[in-house]
Design a protein. Sequence first.
Lengths: 361, 324
Amino acid sequence: MARIDLVDLAHSYGGNDAPQESFALKPVTMTWRQGGAYALLGPSGCGKTTLLNVISGIITPSRGKILFDEVDITPLSTQKRNIAQVFQFPVIYDTMTVGQNLAFPLKNRGVPKAEIDKRVAEIGRLLDLEPYLNRKATRLTADAKQKISLGRGLVRSDVAAVLFDEPLTVIDPELKWQLRSKLKALHRELDLTMIYVTHDQTEALTFADTVVVMHDGRVVQSGTPAELFDKPAHTFVGYFIGSPGMNILPAEVRGREARVGGHVIALNRAYDNLSAAAKIEIGVRPEFVEVVAPAPGLLTAKIERLDDLGRIRFARARFGDAKLAARAPAGFTSADGMAGLKFDPSHVHVYADSLLVEGAA
Amino acid sequence: MDKTVNQKAWFLVLPVFLVVAFSAVLPLMTVVNYSMQDTFGNNQFFWNGVGWFKELLDPSTDLGGRFLASLGRNLFFSLVILAIEVPLGIVVALSMPRQGWTVAACLVILALPLLIPWNVVGTIWQIFGRPDIGLLGYVLNAAGFDYNYVSNDIDAWVTVIVMDVWHWTSLVALLCYAGLKSIPEAYYQAAQIDGASRWAVFKAIQLPKMNRVLLIAVLLRFMDSFMIYTEPFVVTGGGPGNSTTFVSIELVKIALGQFDLGKAAALSLVYNLIILIVCWIFYTVMTNAGVERKVQAESEPAAEPKPATAIKPVPALKPKEGVA
């Protein structure tokens, strides 16, 4: 049970002298509050596993500090830190029974036997492993093995946090859902801080109350799923979260107007102090762009195809060199393949050098 | 579909059949033939039936006494070197580096003793241990130990055992090292997270994963040490007295020293049979361990759709206890 603070934490596999651009984890300062359900989301190679291993102590960071409840634990070994971690591939001690597997982390720490039995029985019950506790942990299905691994992560009641490193990769899609909701339920029941690494946005958004998005070794945004969706702090977040991702268009922005290829798109806020040197883009989610019949004053684009996702249809449109996706209302057809695009001004964001700019009211 | 009948195909087997016949079956039959007869030279043979075998297994006769005594020495020798080489090999493998240039260096150093011919190993230790000119013998005697493998039974045994340990521990170590290398890094990380001590890691992860290679190591070392001839023959010649005379040395003495072809033939057949039986036991144990592994592997693929939420135990073979 602890709050975890990362203070100017960074790691490079090439040593501290390597240029900062090559760092696997660029300097980050952030706080994980006690009892939170966090997801660490990002594409492969963005540094999420590095960050996780730094927190658990498998990797000693090149720079910075980790505080558990304001106590610096950076130099402590994994064994001495109060942390549990579940790995991508199940790790089973196959000479032991399922119950002994679950008891292993407690036994190693000299927890009294009565306490061990109680915890093992509880975790066994929560994970539906009860009937198998006295069975040898061999010849189990992949999901059963991963459940045991999860159980070993959850069995200690005193941990500062439980870290999950893409734990459901090896599980069938259907079982994934069940295990994920199970984890969510466990989170509520056990009041543990959980950090869940994944590259799957659905997984992240359904599991976590706070999603931390990483890109190229940096934490680019941390917020609730709704915040990530409505107000991406970085064009990468806009593009990575949501399907299809956010439309990003190079634009010239002045005051309450954005110009894209000569067309004016109205903005809700005023942007006057944009740096001239910065690369200015506007970003708008496909959900807030509507294709309608071409009309004067609307940006006219060529419809390349319509994707029917069942509940909603998205048009893929091309405008000059820019491609964008837009919501196609029911019954929309286009005779000549051309359509007008209607932007919802309150959801058009402005980015300078990929970072969100807050406009003036 | 009809099976093609082609009796001429048997001719394809003929070369192998001939080679095996002349290299294995016929010599073996000659030995069986000798074991039933007695000879006083001059190529004259007299039928003796199973007489030699009876004598061989009867400790009160000269032949039986010598055979059973050497067999006992041989079993004791195998037991001692296994008890030393297996744990030592594991310790060496565990303390070897996992990466970097030192790995290659260690492998080369470990492989060196394995590359030396048996009789050269014997000669090395024969000279090494001599009290007058050998480094080991001289130093030991200078340090006040009365060490002389030519006259003292215990010194002779110690020399032969140390020589075998020096020669063959590398093999066990290399096999164990291969077993250790196959353990994924995640196991060690998980054990760290679980707070496992060094000993717990060894017991819960490393030893179970080395199981198979250890079995092979034990098999190889048992067979080799049970058939040992050259090294003790070169160092001690089976002495002092008969104290380091192993079965193979006894066999050569009877066959070539005394020219008792019948006795030697009977002895070698029994010797051969013992080795076959031990091999069979090991083979059975190992195949059973293999079956268990295969069943385990088959239950592993994750892609197979499985509707059940709970664990589905694979209703297959009962756990085989053979490996334990």
